[in-house]
Ligand binder design. Structure first.
Ligand code: B12
Ligand code: SF4
Ligand code: SF4
Length: 331
């Protein structure tokens, strides 16, 4: 990894950072694509993308008026993905167990705070705003502007050396740093169309390099909290019950990075039950657990993990869909 000012390489690696980039450009290069996507309603049912916050995405200064620069970091979950591939487990997306079972919003915020402290020791009056998924910031575009990769046909931000199994987290700063400007990456998908062909629900528009959100299994299993019908083609999935990695798993740019790492599934002691739930219990038993618990009970058990998002109703919907298709699927 390239040197980040006075911060040691070992320190960044200890935080599972694969690479970092720097940009002083506050304006997304693909805002017009985003705007078009919203206007065509392709974001439905993700209402939060199309409300008053959509305009905030057009310039980082609308979110953080003191913006002068940004450091963008890629946080790996490659080892968990490797373990899942080796064990033929696709029930939950790799990111969801990639941070010891914890919700990455908490874990990575803390890691970004630690990096910031190291910078603060070097630059007086340095202030920050953390962008980590939930803020109205176009994070893939920010990573692109920081020279970290290109937009794949599956719409993922892909890094030439590290692939796409990472979470993007950024520090927006109130000062410019003495760092060179980035070299922007170019498209490396070429004639490949593997992700478009592999998506069981035909959610990818490869030409536009975007998704039709309501066809995506990830939307259905993570973002839809009530009884709903699975998108057409769900029966051809691999039995995904939370999130979906199919369009990343077939991407040739993820082969080399996974070949370099060893497969690990590390779970915090208090979350070790997640392994039993998702990989050991028959899904009918898992369904019984969710049906027996109250809404609050489910929340309480899953609090602190990514899995509390769909809630009891959402989980029942996911498992029902899984049960209705599991005999036919499996790639
Ligand atoms: C909404 C959302 C979703 C939605 C919609 C997905 C989507 N493609 O937008 C759903 C629920 C489906 C989803 C799923 C997933 N997500 Co999500 N999601 C987001 C979120 C909150 C906003 C994304 C957004 O703004 N979409 C708007 C649409 C228009 O963007 P887009 O489809 O990516 O299209 C862009 C480019 O392709 C580009 N583009 C399009 N055409 C063209 C043409 C040219 C010439 C150019 C230059 C550019 C260009 O412009 C568009 C706008 O930037 C971000 C976090 C954030 N704040 O940014 C995370 C984020 C994108 N998600 C992430 C992850 C990990 C996932 C999943 C892998 C989780 C899973 N395993 O289930 C899947 C992957 C599905 C997929 N193939 O995209 C990561 C992606 C990391 C990476 N390497 O890219 C992010 C960045 C979160 C994070 N902090 O790391 N997600
Ligand atoms: S995450 Fe799954 S359903 Fe969504 S676009 Fe990728 S392959 Fe298709
Ligand atoms: S699978 Fe092929 S087309 Fe899809 S993102 Fe990867 S390289 Fe691009």
């Amino acid at each position: 990894m390239k040197q980040l000012l006075g911060i040691s390489d070992d320190f960044l690696k200890s935080l599972n950072i694969l690479d970092w980039g720097y940009t002083e450009n506050s304006i997304p290069s693909s805002y017009s694509q985003y705007d078009k996507w919203i206007k065509e309603g392709l974001h439905s049912p993700l209402g939060y993308l199309g409300d008053f916050r959509s305009d905030l995405r057009s310039d980082l200064r609308k979110v953080y008026p003191d913006f002068q620069s940004s450091l963008v970091f890629l946080f790996s979950y490659q080892e968990t993905k490797k373990w899942m591939m080796e064990n033929n487990h696709h029930e939950v997306a790799a990111y969801s167990l990639g941070f010891e079972g914890q919700d990455y919003h908490y874990v990575l915020k803390e890691r970004l705070e630690r990096v910031f402290l190291q910078l603060k020791n070097q630059f007086s009056n340095l202030e920050k705003f953390i962008a980590l998924d939930a803020q109205p910031v176009m994070e893939r575009d920010l990573a692109y502007r920081a020279g970290l990769g290109w937009f794949g046909k599956n719409s993922m931000l892909i890094h030439q050396k590290e692939g796409s199994y990472f979470i993007i987290g950024s520090l927006l700063l109130n000062q410019k740093l003495p760092l060179p400007g980035p070299a922007l990456d170019i498209d490396h998908c070429g004639q490949c169309n593997a992700c478009v062909e592999a998506c069981p629900t035909k959610a990818i528009d490869g030409e536009m390099r975007t998704l039709i959100a309501n066809k995506c299994i990830s939307t259905f299993t993570i973002e839809v909290f009530k009884e709903a019908t699975a998108p057409e083609g769900f029966e051809k999935s691999r039995g995904e019950v939370f999130g979906c990695d199919i369009c990343q798993d077939v991407c040739p740019w993820n082969r080399k990075p996974l070949a370099r790492v060893s497969g690990f599934l590390r779970l915090q002691e208090s979350y070790s039950f997640l392994k039993e739930w998702f990989y050991e219990l028959p899904k009918v038993k898992l369904m019984e657990i969710f049906e027996k618990e109250s809404n609050r009970g489910v929340k309480k058990i899953l609090l602190g993990t990514p899995f509390d998002r769909p809630g009891k109703q959402g989980w029942i919907k996911n498992i029902k869909a899984w049960l209705s298709t599991s005999n036919q699927n499996k790639i």
